[in-house]
Design a protein around this ligand. Structure first.
Ligand code: PLP
Length: 394
C-alpha cells in the first residue's frame, strides 16, 4: 500500500472552491444561482496589461527568467511601493512569485516546525491555518472582534506571544471580514513587538488598494523598526483583476531573500515570463481602471450592507476594505453552515459559511460583492424571502 506522509492529513483547503463547484453543478442543472461566494473581481484585466503579455510572447520572452523575477519587474515593484506606501526598498528584497499564496506558503514553511507557534487571524484566510498545521507548528488564533469592526486587541495579541512564537500573521484589509486594522492598533502592536525581537511578521496586504471612505491603507512597511523581520505580501490578483495570471510579490528582510529564492528555485523556478511583463505594465501604466473598479465596489458595498441590515435576523458592519460583507447571522437561529446550505440549495445564492475561515467565524456568513448591483439586489430579495419562510416554518 502506498503511504503518503503523515503531514498530508494536516493540510486543509479552501471551502470556497467546494461551494463554487456545487454552485456550478446546480447552475448546469438549470438553476439560477447568484454567486456571492467567489473571492475575485468580476472585471476583466485592463487591455494594456493583456497587450504587454502578448507583446512579450511575440518578442520571444519564452524562457526561464531569474528566479526572483526579471530586474525590470522588481524595479517596477519598488517604484510602486514608493508611490503607494511612501517607502524606498531595494529591488534585491523583492521576490516575484506565482500569486500571493506562494509567499504565504514560503513564509509559513520557513518559520513553522513542530514546537513553534504561529499567530494568525481567525476568522481569516483559511490557508494560514492550513499551512501552519502542515508545517507542524501550532496555530494560535488572533480572534477578530465584530465590536472592533473585525480588528483585534493589540495588547491581547502581545500577551499571547511566547518564547516559541516564530511568526505573527496580519491581514488588512481582510478576507473574509472586510475589516481594516486602525493605525493606533498597529502602532501599539509594533511598539510592543520591540520586546519580542524573535517574532517575524507576515503582513498580507493583497487588498491594499481596496479601501473606502477615504481610509488610508496602513502598511507595515511604513515601520522601519520592523525592516529586519517583516515579510510584506502583495500582488496583482485583486488590484488588477488578474487572479488567473498567478502573479504576486513579497518584500523580504535582507536576511531571508536568499531562503525565499531557494524555495522558489526548488518549487516553481520562476513566474512565467509574459506574466512578468504584464505585471510591469500594470504597475507603471494608467491606474484609472483600478480606481473605477474600486468605485464600483464601493457603490455595491453600500447596496449589500444596507440590504443585509434591512433583513430580519441579519446585522452587518460596514467593511472598511476588500470586497466582502460579513454579517452576523446568529439571530436567524441557524448555524453558519446551515444557512450557507439553505441559501445555496433553496434560494440559489452562493455565500460562504464563516466557519470556513476558522472557528471564530461561527455566527457569520461571507458575501463577496464582486457581482453586479442588479444581482446583489436580486440576492437580497431572495434571502429576505428565504429567511422569512424559514422563520415561519419554525
Ligand atoms: N491573501 C488573501 C487575504 C486572499 O484573500 C487571497 C485570495 O483570495 C490571497 C492572499 C491569495 O491571492 P493570490 O490569488 O494572488 O494567490
Amino acid at each position: 500500500m502506498i503511504q503518503p506522509a503523515q503531514r498530508m492529513a494536516e493540510l486543509g483547503t479552501e471551502t470556497a472552491f467546494e461551494v463554487l463547484a456545487r454552485a456550478e453543478t446546480l447552475a448546469r442543472s438549470g438553476r439560477d444561482i447568484i454567486n456571492l461566494g467567489i473571492g475575485q473581481p468580476d472585471f476583466k484585466t485592463p487591455p494594456h496589461i493583456v497587450e504587454a503579455a502578448v507583446k512579450a510572447l511575440r518578442d520571444g520572452h519564452h524562457g526561464y527568467t531569474p528566479s526572483p523575477g526579471i530586474p525590470a519587474l522588481r524595479e517596477a515593484v519598488c517604484r510602486d511601493l514608493e508611490r503607494y506606501r511612501g517607502v524606498t526598498v531595494s529591488p534585491e528584497r523583492i521576490v516575484a512569485v506565482p500569486g500571493g499564496k506562494v509567499t504565504m506558503f514560503f513564509a509559513i514553511m520557513m518559520f513553522g516546525e513542530p514546537g513553534a507557534e504561529i499567530l494568525y487571524p481567525n476568522p481569516g484566510f483559511p490557508i494560514y491555518e492550513s499551512v501552519i498545521r502542515f508545517s507542524g507548528a501550532t496555530p494560535v488564533p488572533i480572534p477578530l472582534l465584530e465590536d472592533r469592526d473585525f480588528s483585534f486587541d493589540a495588547e491581547a495579541v502581545l500577551d499571547s506571544i511566547t518564547p516559541r512564537t516564530r511568526l505573527l500573521i496580519l491581514n488588512s484589509p481582510a478576507n473574509p471580514t472586510g475589516g481594516a486594522i486602525p493605525r493606533e492598533t498597529i502602532d501599539t502592536l509594533v511598539a510592543g513587538l520591540e520586546a519580542h525581537p524573535h517574532v517575524a511578521v507576515l503582513s498580507d496586504e493583497i487588498y491594499s488598494r481596496m479601501t473606502y471612505d477615504g481610509r488610508e491603507h496602513v502598511s507595515l512597511l511604513g515601520y522601519p523598526q520592523l525592516a529586519n523581520r517583516l515579510i510584506l505580501l502583495d500582488g496583482w490578483s485583486k488590484t488588477y483583476a488578474m487572479t488567473g495570471w498567478r502573479l504576486g510579490f513579497a518584500v523580504w528582510p535582507e536576511s531571508l531573500v536568499e531562503g525565499a529564492t531557494r524555495l522558489a528555485i526548488n518549487c516553481h523556478s520562476c513566474v512565467n515570463a509574459p506574466t512578468q511583463y504584464a505585471g510591469i505594465a500594470a504597475l507603471d501604466g494608467p491606474q484609472d481602471s483600478v480606481d473605477e473598479m474600486v468605485a464600483a465596489f464601493d457603490a455595491r458595498r453600500h447596496v449589500i450592507v444596507d440590504g443585509l441590515n434591512a433583513i430580519e435576523g441579519l446585522s452587518c458592519r460596514t467593511p472598511g476594505g476588500a470586497f466582502y460583507a460579513f454579517p452576523n447571522i446568529t439571530a436567524t437561529g441557524m448555524s453558519s453552515r446551515e444557512l450557507q446550505t439553505g441559501l445555496l440549495e433553496q434560494a440559489g445564492i452562493a455565500a460562504i459559511a464563516g466557519t470556513s475561515f476558522g472557528a471564530y467565524g461561527e455566527g457569520y456568513l461571507r458575501f463577496s460583492y464582486a457581482n453586479s448591483v442588479e444581482n446583489i439586489q436580486r440576492a437580497l430579495e431572495r434571502m429576505s424571502e428565504y429567511l422569512s419562510t424559514a422563520k415561519a416554518a419554525g
